[in-house]
Design a binder for this molecule. Structure first.
Ligand SMILES: Nc1ncnc2c1ncn2[C@@H]1O[C@H](COP(=O)(O)OP(=O)(O)O)[C@@H](O)[C@H]1O
Ligand SMILES: [Mg+2]
Length: 282
């Protein structure tokens, strides 16, 4: 088979029901390498379920999920259903995920960041520490030395989310998944996360690869700032797949009311909104 270098994820005819209740009813989606993609759609429409299939945390009732194997870039896409746990672990070396809930495991902030480096990269705590400090500062924390020793349970939901984003960034992944990365954040921190998602996406990985970013979101500001490719789920299928400007201008009776009532999670805050431009995009 010919190598498919530019495709990162291909989902074919994906179906999933829970207790006879159909959630995904035939999803076909191709994510190209270097895509910046936002998955949108009403609450409970299956966005997180779709993500969990890509991560192989759920198994399709029908259909396939194929992904690029970054360890073997010349090979064709691999079908997740055919991989062993060890092969899955190898794939996940190149991926990072910020989950919607329970983004951190119980333990200190340092433990949360260090575990992956220790287990996967065989690095010592002394080697991890400067990386941890750098990424925590990059998501806007000050007094990082103290933060590293804090337990997860001492953090607010918003702080935990920012630590989870920092941890994902520290892994320097080829593929980044964010499930509602800004939900629950105040405007200043949401704007910081928007900027980080943007900057990380456009910065090549340490091995020189372009990055691919998939964001599940309800955050209208995020869409306005990042102008991603938009995939909208509706009634178990992909209802829209196109550019942000097409989405924003659509007069579809499904998209229009959705977009118009899409909550602006963060009232525009002078510090958050002003002076923030994406180079080359505005
Ligand atoms: N493990 C599960 N068992 C049963 N139902 C589930 C499970 N995961 C998700 N669902 C249901 O699937 C639907 C889609 O959920 P989800 O993908 O989390 O929605 P959202 O688009 O808000 O992320 C919801 O009705 C949810 O209750
Ligand atoms: Mg969800």
């Amino acid at each position: 088979m010919k190598p498919e270098r530019t495709v990162e994820i291909r989902i074919e005819d994906l179906h999933k029901s829970f207790d006879e209740h159909p959630v995904l009813q035939g999803i076909d989606l191709t994510v190209q390498r270097s895509d910046l993609l936002a998955i949108v759609g009403g609450s409970g429409c299956g966005k997180t379920v779709l993500l969990k299939h890509i991560l192989r945390q759920l198994t399709p009732d029908r259909g396939r999920v194929l992904v690029a194997d970054h360890a073997r870039p010349d090979q064709a896409l691999v079908d997740l259903a055919t991989l062993t746990e060890e092969e899955m672990d190898e794939l996940r070396l190149h991926w990072a995920v910020v989950f919607q809930r329970n983004a951190l495991f119980s333990g200190s902030v340092f433990e949360n960041i260090a575990l992956w480096f220790r287990e996967v990269k065989g690095m010592s705590d002394a080697e991890v520490r400067p990386i941890a400090i750098e990424v925590l500062e990059s998501v806007g924390f000050t007094d990082v030395q103290r933060l590293l020793e804090k337990d997860r349970d001492e953090l607010s939901g918003g702080m935990a989310k920012r630590v989870a984003v920092a941890r994902a960034l520290s892994m320097d992944p080829a593929l980044m998944f964010y499930d509602e990365p800004t939900t629950g954040l105040d405007p200043v921190h949401a704007a910081q996360i928007h900027r980080l998602i943007h900057d990380t996406h456009h910065r090549l990985s340490r091995s020189g690869e372009p990055r691919t970013t998939v964001i599940i979101t309800h955050d209208k500001d995020l869409l306005h700032r990042l102008e991603p490719r938009i995939v909208m789920l509706h009634e178990g299928r992909i209802f829209f797949d196109g550019s942000f400007s097409e989405f924003e201008q659509s007069d579809s009776p499904i998209i229009r009311p959705y977009f118009d009532v899409m909550p602006i999670l963060h009232e525009r805050h002078p510090d958050a909104a002003s002076g923030w431009t994406i180079p080359g995009m505005e």
